[in-house]
Design a protein around this ligand. Structure first.
Ligand code: AMP
Length: 193
């Protein structure tokens, strides 16, 4: 299964992807976590990314594409993955398409976890990660609506987008995602794929 989790910061993508990892037997990859790790380990990629992370801005596409390509080339990704936080711009999605094509793979679906802005702000403020100051939260949400939100159209046009409400308990949202996944599997079984 090759799945991208789209949706704003605070939508619960990471938590849900983590819980689905066991169901699907593929790794959950978060570019946010990979970037924070690269910073912690003083890797060259981390040095390039740090100022952007600290400012609540998106890291440049070239840096993230390189990071994603390195990670997706590893052995544990051969059977698929759950991507959380990548791609986040149309340029990244285009680069990612090229990457997949070159590797002879394809994306199965994009799950858009939808949460309204007020709920997101409240959630992010109560989550209390070090990059979650009110000002940074506003910046990250702004970046999302400006740069990432257009990706819903990009993937809708390609027939890959599945929207799921991210409002409710973690279990409720997980059930919705599982329903979407099993509906798709049944459809592709019927199509004899
Ligand atoms: P996250 O943990 O997904 O909320 O990401 C935390 C931060 O990492 C974001 O605010 C960005 O600065 C950076 N980041 C993560 N993924 C990407 C990406 N695909 N493109 C650009 N920046 C990213």
């Amino acid at each position: 299964m090759r799945i991208v989790f789209l949706g704003p910061p605070g939508a619960g993508k990471g938590t849900q992807a983590n819980r689905l990892m066991a169901d699907l037997g593929v790794p959950h990859l978060s570019t946010g976590e990979l970037l924070r790790e690269a910073v912690r380990l003083h890797k060259p990629l981390g040095l390039q990314a740090k100022a952007f992370l600290d400012a609540g801005r998106l890291v440049p596409d070239s840096v993230v594409l390189e990071l994603a390509e390195q990670r997706l080339r590893q052995d544990d990704c051969r059977r698929g993955w759950l991507l959380d936080g990548f791609p986040r711009t149309v340029a990244q999605a285009e680069g990612f398409d090229q990457m997949l094509q070159a590797a002879g793979g394809r994306l199965d679906m994009v799950i858009d976890v939808e949460v309204d802005r007020e709920t997101l702000e409240a959630r992010l403020l109560s989550r209390g990660r070090s990059d979650d100051s009110p000002e940074l939260i506003r910046k990250r949400l702004h970046e999302y609506y400006e740069l990432t939100r257009p990706l819903t159209d990009y993937y809708r046009q390609r027939g890959l987008l599945r929207a799921v409400s991210g409002i409710g308990t973690l279990d409720e949202v997980l059930t919705r995602i599982r329903n979407v996944l099993s509906a798709d599997v049944q459809l592709s079984d019927r199509a004899g794929r």
